[in-house]
Design a protein. Structure first.
Length: 125
């Protein structure tokens, strides 16, 4: 148990050390919706070693959405621009949240995004 705790602590410290870099990259705003409140790093690929490509700076609401919180289609429209990012944590993470919505505009937005075809296929199933 102590090994797992220590590994998690080290991981969290590494993520925290990237916080300033993420904040500068994001312009001190949520990388999904542009919000400015309660910004924290979000780990898109927890199974991998943390780096800038698998972390996004998100507000509380977007972190909640990433964790599966429900949202209406109008609220999700604010995430649409994140699909155009070349950073996987931003584009793929937002794509996963949007893909839960079955509105036609979501499918169109994902199809037009810069994500690779394999990711688009996975999201649109």
């Amino acid at each position: 148990m102590a090994k797992g705790y220590q590994a998690n602590r080290e991981r969290q410290e590494l993520i925290a050390s990237l916080g300033k870099t993420l904040a500068k990259r994001a312009g001190f705003a949520c990388e999904w919706c542009g919000g400015k409140e309660e910004l924290r790093p979000w780990d898109h690929r927890p199974e991998r070693e943390p780096d800038e490509s698998c972390l996004a700076l998100l507000c509380r609401r977007c972190r909640d959405l990433a964790d599966g919180a429900p949202a209406d289609a109008n609220e999700l429209r604010s995430l649409r621009n994140a699909l155009w990012s070349d950073i996987p944590a931003i584009a793929e993470g937002a794509g996963r949240v949007l893909a839960r919505c079955k509105e036609p505009w979501v499918r169109e937005a994902i199809e037009e995004s810069l994500m690779d075809d394999a990711m688009k296929k996975e999201l649109l199933g």
